[in-house]
Design a protein around this ligand. Structure first.
Ligand SMILES: [Mg+2]
Length: 235
């Protein structure tokens, strides 16, 4: 068996979406939740800066959540005791409505079923800049609720973000396997195909392709999400 583990990106891969539209809607929605404490645009600027701090972090002893907290709360002047519960309410009560900004397809679940039928264990390798609750909610939108995943990368558990190769190395270490046993499926050349640098095989999903021209685009496989329905049969 060629790939014991198949890693799937979520946004734009299993969950079709225009990333800019989704993130704009997300930022506005969460900013309006905390508008009583901080002006929305000021909040969004701090949120983006703290997200960049997570993405840039090189300290393997800090989880992404810890990096975010250490940057965001001092920077914004918000107290964690006040803002923390507001964020939790946002993810519970408001975040589900953002499903309207995505275009789920039944093909996603069929692809996951095919990968399982092939015999692989499944990993959700979404950029771990979100809490577990937000990632599980997006999995529901994608039609992947109830699927057995060996690992879902969240900001509570991971120490690196895409596009760092260390993110993929951490996944392989968690799986206690060599990167060569993994296939990474994603729509973003820089964030997902960089997995190839660690020795993982790569499949570029072109439906919502993102390519900034910063990385050599040389995936092992490429095609539409739908093409993955037959891909595993041919391996
Ligand atoms: Mg993506």
């Amino acid at each position: 068996m060629r790939y014991r583990y198949v890693l799937f990106d979520l946004d734009g891969t299993l969950l079709p979406m225009n990333k800019q539209t989704f993130f704009k809607g997300y930022q506005e929605a969460i900013a309006s939740r905390v508008a009583a404490y901080i002006p929305p645009q000021e909040f969004i600027n701090h949120l983006l800066a703290a997200t960049d701090a997570m993405i840039d972090n090189n300290d393997p002893t800090l989880t992404n959540q810890e990096v975010f907290r250490r940057d965001f709360f001092p920077r914004s002047g918000l107290s964690e005791g006040v803002a923390g519960p507001v964020f939790e309410r946002f993810y519970r009560e408001d975040f589900p409505a953002l499903a309207a900004l995505t275009q789920p397809t039944p093909t996603a679940r069929e692809v996951l079923n095919q990968a399982q039928a092939y015999g692989a264990e499944l990993v959700i390798a979404t950029n771990p800049i979100f809490p577990d609750i937000a990632i599980r909610e997006r999995l529901r939108w994608a039609g992947a609720a109830g699927v057995a995943f060996r690992l879902i990368t969240t900001y509570e558990t991971m120490h690196f973000c895409k596009p760092k190769p260390q993110y993929y190395k951490e996944i392989a270490a968690y799986l206690n396997t060599e990167p060569e046993n993994c296939l990474m499926v994603g729509n973003d050349v820089e964030e997902d195909m960089v997995a190839g640098e660690t020795g993982m095989a790569t499949y570029l999903v072109e439906d919502h392709l993102i390519y900034r021209g910063l990385y050599r685009c040389d995936p092992d496989h490429r095609g539409r999400l739908q093409d993955l329905l037959t891909f595993f049969n041919k391996l």
